[in-house]
Design a protein around this ligand. Structure first.
Ligand SMILES: C[S@@+](CC[C@H](N)C(=O)[O-])C[C@H]1O[C@@H](n2cnc3c(N)ncnc32)[C@H](O)[C@@H]1O
Length: 207
């Protein structure tokens, strides 16, 4: 018999108790993350039919599935090095956001069109060293923002996962210079003990 570690036992117990894990299993959603986007969207009304959306950190596909059900004839580009469960119309790029080969592929798919929405649920590989993990998380936030500068329409929106800690407040302060509205939100589906928050920025008005 395979012996499980204490930490994997704890993870299993937490998964069994978690109402959003159970809800995802009962409702056929791919991941509990689905409910985070659903709750953010309910509040800020970001996902609308025919929008062009870039989704960073899409695997295993909970958000992708939510988006596919709502975008109609819109365009969805979903990026992750890991496999994403999705429909045929979604443009999947297997790789890391920020890599030049991935950027080239985004350019090819957009073919001169602009994005309406940039979403990121990217999370860094956790080293356990808080300062290192926070720096990695802030790098991922920068990659999302860079995508807005490169490919987003004026008045577009962004919603990204971030982690409370060093650098986040200043980063959000700077964001307020280029978006009309900036909000920090923690959906109910985000585990209360996690430092995870979501930054929602609306009305992109770059200089
Ligand atoms: C929390 S999961 C995303 C869950 C997903 N939103 C869902 O609903 O199923 C975080 C993902 O970020 C991805 N990731 C981390 N760094 C990345 C990067 N630079 N580019 C693309 N994906 C990245 C990981 O591979 C992982 O699949």
């Amino acid at each position: 018999m395979v012996k499980r570690s204490k930490s994997s036992d704890r993870w299993l117990q937490r998964q069994r108790k978690d109402q959003f894990v159970r809800k995802a299993q009962d409702g056929g959603q791919i991941s509990r993350a689905h409910f985070k986007l659903a709750q953010i969207d309910q509040r800020y009304k970001l996902v609308k039919p025919n929008r062009r959306v870039l989704e960073l950190g899409a695997a295993p596909g909970g958000w992708t599935n939510y988006l596919e059900e709502r975008l109609g004839a819109g365009l969805l580009i979903a990026i992750d090095p890991l496999p994403i469960t999705c429909g045929d119309r979604t443009h999947v790029i297997e790789g890391y956001a920020g890599e030049s080969a991935v950027d080239d592929e985004i350019e090819r798919i957009l073919a001169g069109q602009k994005l309406d929405l940039v979403l990121s649920d990217m999370a860094p590989n956790i080293s356990g060293v808080r300062a290192v993990d926070q720096a990695r998380a802030m790098d991922l936030a920068d990659i999302s923002l860079d995508s807005c500068h490169r490919w987003m329409n004026q008045r577009g929106a962004m919603a990204i996962k971030a982690f409370q800690g060093e650098g986040l407040d200043d980063w959000v302060k700077d964001l307020k210079k280029i978006f009309k509205q900036v909000h920090m939100t923690k959906p109910k589906a985000s585990r209360p003990e996690s430092r995870e928050v979501f930054v929602v920025a609306i009305d992109f008005l770059p200089e």
